[in-house]
Ligand binder design. Sequence first.
Ligand code: NZQ
Ligand code: ZN
Length: 388
Amino acid sequence: MQNFFYSIPTKVEFGKGAIAKLSEFVKEFGNRVLLVYGGGSIRRSGLYDTVIRQLDDNGIYHTELSGVEPNPKVGTADKGVALCRQEKIEVILPIGGGSSIDCAKAIAAGYYHDGSVWDLVQDRTLIRQALPIITVLTLAATGSEMDVFAVISNPDTDEKKGLSSPLVFPKYSILDPEYTYSVPQYQTASGTADIMSHIFEVYFNGVQGAYLQERIMEGMLKSCVHYGPVACAHPDDYEARANLMWTASWAINGFIACGKAGVWSCHPMEHQLSAYYDVTHGHGLAILTPVWMEYILCEKTVDMFVSYGTAVFGISPQQDKKKIAKEAIRKTRELFEAMGLSMTLRSIGITDKSNFEAMAEKAVAGGTEKCFVPLYKQDVINIYNLCF
Ligand code: NZQ
Ligand code: ZN
């Protein structure tokens, strides 16, 4: 097990009615709030009205940035920064999924930077301070409600990159699983694939001895395998939504990587799909993951696949190791398909291969040669081709 530093300062209010605490949390940091939300799901669900009523009743000034895109764009975050300065905002309140929360984080850090937030994405050492963030989560997927990342897209350069700083950990996150009842099946399935991928990225690395973390990760994966299909079939199943929500938060808040940190594989490849084709992050991951698993299956990795297959899917250990590994990968693909996700790049609108080379170059730029099985540019092109 590696050495590690552990600190997850985000405070969580979890469960039915958690929103009642919102104003109390806000008032700890100020009285002037910027709401940040997406295309209108929170208005349709009634959450918007609940929040506004509560802020008004408690004399909290609010203004808003709406229309944050899935795969939030740098221009939207820059607009939010200008609004914060103009309105003397003290607290940022994203209400939504990862896109709204990520945009809020970029705004929070951008407020203290003289220039575009894209500068902070390019160079995280420029992040010196951030406005406090309080999130209200409506989609279990990215874990942004409890982590240090904000993933921002720049359409001018076809780039999608993560900004990262402990300064953007949300101060509080309000997690009411009932707010995810309205998430459509497609987003529920994509979100589940995203949660699982965050776990796979840590689970499948070469660090030895993190026995505890590996068993915890298997438990988290089992929750996804069990409850992902339940939430797809029964959107208002509280236990399914609650278990997915809490798993999502813990899948990427740094905890599972304690003692088992490493370089990620599928996310760098997926971020290029989103950057070039604006695809849904979790769906891109669902397509890449089984293909990547098959690609890296070898003598060095087979034992981890055996652990995964036997612990998560209950595959009998009394068989040839490669057979267990292949069965585990097949079951992973079948799970995504059963939740309604298509499994080719073509099916999500990527109809030619002309960008694969440029995308692969960007995907490996973050050091994927240090992955469990090294991924070089040609490997990424091969994986894109196999997914096509
Ligand atoms: O925009 P609205 O109208 O709110 O609709 C959203 C959007 O269309 C909808 N939705 C959200 N909650 C809903 C709902 N619809 C009905 N009922 C609800 N309760 O779902 C759609 C997708 O929302 P979005 O926020 O884009 O999804 P997600 O949470 O998956 O976030 C994706 C973004 O997060 C990044 C991704 O790359 C992508 O840009 N990631 C962020 C990470 C992080 N901060 O740590 C890590 C991840 O790996 C990921 O890269
Ligand atoms: Zn992800």
